[in-house]
Design a protein around this ligand. Structure first.
Ligand SMILES: NC(=O)c1ccc[n+]([C@@H]2O[C@H](COP(=O)([O-])OP(=O)(O)OC[C@H]3O[C@@H](n4cnc5c(N)ncnc54)[C@H](OP(=O)(O)O)[C@@H]3O)[C@@H](O)[C@H]2O)c1
Length: 273
């Protein structure tokens, strides 16, 4: 059977490396869909992977702006069934332009995650993998106590509502007094992990029975466009190819129920609370 893998935000950075790794590990009959928001960047990146001597599977570029939930739903509907979905896209964020970039950032990181979970969860084949690339910043302890109940043990609709309330607080200038961390990547990552936990809670038993994994991952520090404005010391940072390895090891491993619905870094579960 042909397996279908899909990576969002895959024309550069970790997403591109995940596509390369999938294309090297899957079989010639399988297909990896390299998706991104810009048709030219997507086509160029897909051509690079297809020309890589390590590539074994087919690789196809598809335009997918994850902030467009209708487009995400349409692609899931067209495909009908998928085996591996890696929700990875993130928009640029600069320390001195956060307020201005917040809407797009939330639309991509959080709106995109919600759309992928909602649309691709139902078409994930038994034994499949639905993994959201989050971060170790995405554990509940990164929020002040007063905000934690918004994300703990709640539904996906609740997570979505919490993100929208936070967005409003950014707009009306009350985010800081409400306790939202200043680096918007932090609540965004907590919300991504909470969204994964919400979806996983609803399908855990059936998924574990047929070897399906829904989880979040932290890739560790990776030298990419997303990280560069935020750190000065990259001496310990991984290349995207290095970081993709541990993520793909989780994807290709037999299901360990201990990782189900959790945030996993280098194969280990990071406690949510
Ligand atoms: N880098 C790190 O140290 C680090 C650490 C922890 C977690 N992570 C996570 O790893 C993931 C990948 O990050 P990265 O570092 O590889 O970032 P990156 O190099 O900036 O790549 C982000 C990708 O997302 C795409 N993208 C942006 N907006 C999009 C949209 N609306 N629809 C679809 N794709 C869109 C970008 O496309 P364009 O080229 O068109 O902009 C790009 O391909 C993110 O979830 C990030 O939070 C990274």
């Amino acid at each position: 059977m042909t397996r279908i893998a899909l990576v969002t935000g895959a024309n550069q950075g970790l997403g591109f490396a995940l596509v390369r790794g999938l294309a090297a590990r899957l079989a010639p009959a399988d297909v990896v869909l390299l998706t991104g928001r810009d048709s030219r960047r997507v086509a160029a990146a897909a051509a690079r992977v297809a020309a890589d001597p390590a590539t074994r599977s087919r690789v196809e570029g598809r335009v997918l702006d994850v902030s467009d939930s209708a487009a995400v739903a349409a692609l899931a509907g067209d495909l009908g069934a998928v085996d591996i979905v890696l929700s990875n896209a993130i928009a640029p964020l600069d320390p001195d332009r956060q307020a201005e970039q917040a809407d797009v950032f939330l639309d991509v990181a959080n709106g995109g995650t919600h759309a992928v979970l909602r649309s691709f969860g139902p078409v994930l084949r038994p034994g499949g993998r639905l993994v959201v690339v989050a971060s170790s910043l995405g554990t509940l302890g990164h929020l002040p106590e007063a905000l934690r109940p918004r994300f703990d043990n709640v539904s996906l609709d609740d997570v979505e509502k919490a993100v929208e309330d936070w967005r409003s607080a950014i707009h009306d200038g009350t985010a800081r007094e409400q306790g939202w961390p200043e680096w918007i990547n932090v609540p965004s990552k907590v919300a991504q992990v909470a969204a994964v936990r919400a979806v996983a809670a609803g399908r855990r038993e059936a998924d574990i029975a047929d070897g399906t994994l829904v989880a979040a991952v932290c890739p560790g520090l990776v030298d990419t466009r997303a990280s560069r404005p935020w750190f000065s010391d990259f001496s310990q940072a991984q290349t995207p190819d290095q970081a993709a390895r541990a993520v793909l090891d989780l994807v290709f491993a037999d299901l360990d129920p201990a990782t189900y619905g959790e945030l996993v870094r280098f194969g280990r579960v990071l406690p949510w609370t």
